[in-house]
Ligand binder design. Structure first.
Ligand code: B1M
Length: 214
């Protein structure tokens, strides 16, 4: 097994200690951070997702895998966050009301911080009003919504509506993402941007902040 395959395998077993040790070994060996994240950690998590879907494993197993994923990702965070990059804008992020999935949201946050954005983390189960209040009070350029359930995606439409009602849409944009979310859905609800993964989300956010600053 390569080190990345080992990280994936240990993550699937929920062995957080082994995942941490292997991630550190990979970093020390000079394996690119993106490969450790995508091929090691996310690779393992997607196998976990498939097995959960086929009901071969259940919520507790998924939770221990998620904990191992978060611990491995925490080691990568300082390497992704480039301290010499000047803040290029402030955004807020959260998982929408009724939804407790936060692994993807945390990754998006990590990538955004790595690109020099200041990120206000609203956590999970976030009410539409809470995003709007945070954006106004903390002067954020973008509201970032994550949803993993088909039943909670619709809350994103409420967020868009609240932003328009508050009359702040000229200066606050809404970005959306998460496994069930699509470009078509984004257009349907009138959100400003959909991206499929954390890296493209961070790039899009930087671009939006730059455009708004012009
Ligand atoms: Co849940 N769960 N879960 N779960 N869970 C899914 C989402 C599910 C697809 C599994 C399945 O059945 N196949 C299914 C949803 C089905 C549906 O809606 N159609 C499901 C279900 C049903 C449930 C429960 C209802 C199960 C139950 O209790 N019976 C329950 C709901 C709880 C709730 O939220 N109210 C539940 C609970 C849980 C756990 C608590 C056990 C755990 C969450 C732990 C945690 O997050 N702290 C969990 C997990 C881990 C999953 C799976 C296995 C993995 C999700 C994940 O973290 N993926 C998932 C199956 C799967 O997706 N294959 C599943 C890794 C993560 C990095 O990917 O979040 O997609 P993701 O993020 C990506 C992109 O989507 C994107 O970037 C990220 C990285 O590139 N992205 C954005 C995310 N947000 C973005 C925002 C952006 C841009 C991009 O812009 C702002």
């Amino acid at each position: 097994l390569t080190i990345l395959q080992e990280i994936s395998a240990q993550l699937q077993r929920g062995n957080a200690r082994a995942v941490r040790e292997l991630v550190q070994q990979a970093i020390d060996a000079g394996v690119p951070v993106e490969c450790i994240l995508n091929d090691g950690l996310l690779g393992g998590m997607s196998v976990v997702g498939e097995r959960f879907k086929r009901t071969e494993i259940f919520v507790p197993e998924v939770l221990v895998a998620a904990r191992a994923m978060n611990q491995g990702a925490a080691l990568l965070k300082p390497l992704l966050a480039s301290s010499d990059v000047k803040s290029c804008g402030k955004v807020c992020i959260g998982t929408v009301r009724g939804d407790l999935h936060d692994i993807g949201k945390n990754l998006v946050k990590m990538m955004m911080e790595g690109k020099g954005l200041e990120v206000v983390d609203l956590g999970t189960d976030v009410e539409p009003e809470t995003y709007v209040r945070a954006a106004v009070e903390q002067d954020c350029r973008i509201i970032c919504c994550s949803a993993l359930l088909t039943t909670t995606m619709s809350v994103m439409a409420e967020v868009v509506a609240k932003v328009r009602q508050a009359g702040i849409h000229d200066r606050v944009k809404v970005m959306i993402g998460g496994a069930p979310v699509t470009e078509t859905f984004c257009a349907q609800i009138g959100a400003d941007r959909y991206t499929p993964d954390a890296t493209t989300a961070a790039d899009a956010a930087v671009e939006i902040c730059r455009t708004l600053a012009e």
